[in-house]
Design a binder for this molecule. Sequence first.
Ligand SMILES: Cc1cc2nc3c(=O)[nH]c(=O)nc-3n(C[C@H](O)[C@H](O)[C@H](O)COP(=O)(O)OP(=O)(O)OC[C@H]3O[C@@H](n4cnc5c(N)ncnc54)[C@H](O)[C@@H]3O)c2cc1C
Length: 455
Amino acid sequence: MVQLSGRGVLRRGDVAYEQARLDAVWNERKPDRYPDLIVFAEHDRDVVAAVRLARREGLAIGIRSGGHSWVGNGVRDGGMLLDLSRMQDITLDLVSHTASVQPAVKGPALLERLGEHGLFFPTGHAPTVGIGGFILGGGYGWNSRRLGPACLSIEAIDVVLADGTLVHATDDTHPDLLWAARGSGPGFFGVVTRFHLALHDRPRKLLRTVHSYPLDLRDEVLAWSYDTLEQLSPAVEFSAKVGFSPWLERQTVSVTATAFCETDENLLAPLEDAPFRERAIRAVVAQPTDMAELYDYADKMTPPGMRWALDGIWADGPVEKILDAARPLFDSIPDTTSHVLWMLWGGHPERANACWSSQAKVYLSPNAGWTDPAEDLVHERWAHGELAALQHLSKGLQFSDNNLADRFDHGLSPANAARLDKIRAEYDPQGAFRTYMTPQESTTAYAAAGRARTH
Ligand SMILES: Cc1cc2nc3c(=O)[nH]c(=O)nc-3n(C[C@H](O)[C@H](O)[C@H](O)COP(=O)(O)OP(=O)(O)OC[C@H]3O[C@@H](n4cnc5c(N)ncnc54)[C@H](O)[C@@H]3O)c2cc1C
């Protein structure tokens, strides 16, 4: 008999089952997939018990930490949904500057604890994203241009493996496991119960600049941002949004730059030299800000309570070629919530101890948001279909923004994807853990339309 803390186990048909299934996915667009069992874990021993139960009953395991997978990756048909949402402990080691963090911890809670000690971590932009899926999937967080994707700050993990054993894995004891944990996203093959993270110094001050321009300047602004990136310090996070501005109540192209300053230098000054600067219809210039405000802005970009479909590709120039190809995507933004993000990350060196790979200079990401289920297909077709037309430019996707089910792309270099498959076969030979979703598993209207076309 499995001993589990708290709510324990829910089976299909139990009164609380459906609410727990729906709660496992932050997106209002819930998948029509039904696990046989939902198991709640509060402690490592619960996770061990759950994995052993799944092993005995032959149930494939889907995992939920913060529940922010856009496609509800942990919620699969049949098998077990292992819900880690209660696992939210943060333990700091101020001598080694490391944090031991359970997987359902959210960014604001972690940064608040770290801030008390002058420390920082590149958490996800939205305040509700869980550390678990975010870090495993690479993790493009606050100040990631300087600090790197969050997965590169993993020093060790505590992980329950397919055979039900709990191991503390480091680069020395389990190099392959650590390599996989740094970037394989939903392709990871174990349950991480703790991330041991290297911490960074808290920036001395945060500054933010926003310029909004009329839409007729779209290509000019985006091309300029692409060319200007190298003039900006890596401590500046730089992106543009094409879409509706709630401040101006019209469609605009807005550039936003956030500086994580170590000194008094104004890292945002180069933005004021933009050749079209005087045409800005709204400008916030190097305004002091803080993490609470930044989280608030991010939360308002993709607010909860809506249906969301996201996708994205990494691309490199020539920028005119990207902009030409992306014109239909920009020109068909379906409403005032949906928008396209143009994020200038600029690349980051890959590491031999991380499978994380496939990054280019810009990440182009349609964010479709709506409320009426009858509009699913229109929005999903815009997010995935319009992007599919840009496939020839793609240098890959971020695992966190897609799960391959609605548009296939690579999230790792071919060599790293092949090595990951080999390591997974060693650690999880029976396929105890779910891996990347397939189009057959997708329950979106877009996937259904695709299946209907091919039959
Ligand atoms: C509003 C919003 C904003 C976002 N902003 C960013 C951003 O700024 N940067 C960015 O990089 N991403 C961002 N994302 C994407 C986000 O990082 C991914 O969706 C990520 O998977 C969310 O993690 P989670 O734990 O909340 O998700 P979950 O849905 O709980 O997990 C997703 C999958 O990750 C794997 N996983 C999660 N926890 C574990 C674990 N403990 N052990 C093993 N596998 C696990 C499982 O395969 C799981 O199904 C955002 C998503 C949303 C919805």
